[in-house]
Design a protein around this ligand. Structure first.
Ligand SMILES: Cc1cc2nc3c(=O)[nH]c(=O)nc-3n(C[C@H](O)[C@H](O)[C@H](O)COP(=O)(O)OP(=O)(O)OC[C@H]3O[C@@H](n4cnc5c(N)ncnc54)[C@H](O)[C@@H]3O)c2cc1C
Ligand code: SF4
Length: 510
């Protein structure tokens, strides 16, 4: 094993958490090493090819996880510089103010966070600046108190504007989705194409962690990035309460890298897996696991893709992902419980529909799917799932991820899906189709290393420092005590900025 590498700070992962952290600490002059298991996503024609992305799974990990039935599956996640942000739809929401408190749901209580909205609000401001978020403050009645967005909302395409007008006539309150797109319509900027959500941007015009954070951070001479570098274990000193090094596999070699401070940002499943793999005599159940909660309380949202179809209406919209409906976020039309959030989705391409359709009725020709999706308008319906100890990330005997996830709060989600179906029928669609990844939904994974004030009921403190290990921070989707029902990543970014300030104050002083 090669030793002799030593830095002030080691960050593991370059996604929403790690990439943002890297950017926030780059200007401190501290010697920073960033470890990323994947490589840079190349800029190439395949970026925007539905066949490459959806049929050949060109950019998805080939790793296999197992589910609670012991079935192996390929998780919908990506390992590379920028992490999953390279593929996100760039819908960059603040949680609602109420999401930070305890909220009663149909099937249980969504627990309170150890910080309130006001604590995170200044960091949301900074996060929106950093990721160039576009929106219209005041248009969404569920929105928390805030100032103007850094940039105006992306205008709806004509077809979506007509739908927005119809939604208003139904008595609903549609609002523009907050989106991170760089300079849309401008020189070298976003061209508002139909291959954004789930595709990497060939132009580098999507506000992802690679473009907004990693590339600028690497301009600083004190920041080093190792790609193809898999952190396999964290190693403590004799006390078990202080991290000494990370063991890294890179280019067929195993290296040991020491640092004063370690920031783990591998994503909710992989950060928990790394801590479990780092069990030692001092911490036999896994690193930072005196609460027994490492890997537990996994959440991922209940998500259903829906499509309104009309045989005689061609959908000419190119960039479709601009509309949000939050009327049922806190209560349903016939229920006092929260149902969740509805957003228009990027265009479905025939190949994408065929990949899903072939798992149900194989053999339908691609042309039929092309004809169908050209007459469809796509939506994503999303509800909060609740944290339970049984929904968890574990390791199998070979150290691979086992994901036990049984969706809950399903009745609320079913109501929201039914209500969305009614809304789409009232918009005149003849047929409404729906599809869900159900228990294997990993795109919005969160909650496996919950933050809180009590070491008995949380893994991390409110600044995402491990209760049990003084120089270990975990800054990614793991810290969420609840999943809320809007997209998670802006909250990861905001908390990363807050934790970076804390690290500067407490760890990088003279
Ligand atoms: C198709 C898709 C669309 C999405 N759309 C949206 C959206 O519109 N809005 C939104 O808010 N969210 C969206 N999300 C979710 C969002 O991308 C994630 O919430 C966010 O990226 C999570 O950030 P993270 O830092 O927790 O992890 P990630 O972004 O996944 O980053 C983790 C990083 O750690 C690296 N890594 C993992 N293990 C190791 C290891 N052992 N050693 C070294 N490196 C390691 C990975 O390669 C990766 O780079 C979407 C996700 C997907 C897949
Ligand atoms: S050009 Fe714009 S819409 Fe298209 S992938 Fe890039 S950021 Fe997304």
């Amino acid at each position: 094993m090669s030793t002799g590498h030593h830095y002030d700070i080691v960050i593991v992962g370059t996604g929403a958490g790690g990439g943002t952290m890297m950017h926030a600490l780059a200007g401190t002059g501290a010697r920073i090493l960033v470890l990323e298991r994947g490589e840079v996503v190349p800029s190439e024609d395949d970026n925007w090819s539905p066949a490459a992305v959806w049929k050949d799974l060109r950019y998805r990990t080939t790793e296999r996880w197992t589910d609670q039935h012991g079935q192996s599956f390929q998780p919908y996640t990506h390992y590379g510089v920028g992490g999953n942000t390279k593929f996100w739809g760039s819908v960059l929401y603040r949680l609602r103010r109420e999401d930070f408190g305890a909220l009663e749901h149909a099937e249980g209580v969504s627990p309170a966070w150890p910080i309130d909205y006001e604590t995170l609000a200044p960091y949301y401001d900074r996060a929106e600046q950093l990721y160039g978020v576009r929106g219209d403050a005041g248009a969404d009645p569920t929105e928390p108190p805030r100032g103007p967005f850094p940039h105006p909302a992306v205008p709806h395409a004509a077809g979506m504007q007509a739908i927005v007008d119809d939604l208003r006539r139904q008595g609903l309150t549609p609002s523009p989705l907050p989106l991170g797109l760089l300079n849309p319509g401008g020189d070298g900027g976003c061209v508002l194409c139909n291959t954004c959500n789930s595709f990497p941007c060939k132009l580098g015009a999507k506000s992802d962690a690679d473009v907004c954070c990693v590339r600028p951070a690497l301009q600083h001479p004190n920041v080093t990035l190792w790609t193809g570098a898999w952190a396999r274990r964290l190693i403590t000193d004799g006390s078990g309460r202080h991290l000494a090094a990370v063991e890294v596999e890179r280019g067929g070699e195993v290296l040991r890298v020491g640092a004063r401070v370690f920031v783990v940002s591998c994503g909710a499943a992989n950060s928990a897996a790394l801590l479990l793999r780092s069990a030692s005599d001092a911490q036999p159940e896994g690193l930072a696991n005196s609460s027994g909660l490492v890997g537990r309380r996994y959440m991922a949202h209940l998500a259903t893709m829906m499509q309104g179809f009309h045989p005689f209406r061609r959908n000419d919209t190119v960039f479709q992902k601009t509309v949000a409906i939050n009327d049922y976020y806190f209560r349903g039309p016939n229920s006092r419980f929260p149902l969740g959030h509805i957003q228009s989705q990027g265009r479905t391409h025939g190949v994408m529909a065929k990949v899903v359709g072939d798992t149900i009725i194989p053999g339908i020709p691609l042309g039929a799917y092309d004809a169908w999706v050209s007459r469809g308008v796509d939506w994503l319906v999303m509800s909060e799932d609740l944290p339970t100890p049984e929904n968890r990330v574990m390791l199998d005997a070979h150290g691979r991820i086992r994901l036990h996830y049984q969706p809950n709060n399903v009745s609320a989600h079913q109501q929201l899906v039914s209500e969305t179906r009614r809304i789409l029928r009232r918009l005149g669609f003849w047929k409404v189709m729906s599809h869900s990844h159900q228990a294997r939904n990993t795109t919005h994974q969160c909650g496996t290393l919950c933050f809180g004030t009590d070491p008995a009921t949380s893994v991390l403190d409110p600044f995402c420092r491990a209760h049990d290990v003084e120089n270990l921070f975990v800054v990614d989707a793991s810290f969420f005590p609840s999943s809320a029902a809007v997209n998670p990543a802006l909250t990861i970014v905001a908390q990363a900025l807050r934790v970076a300030d804390h690290i500067i104050d407490t760890e990088l002083g003279a």
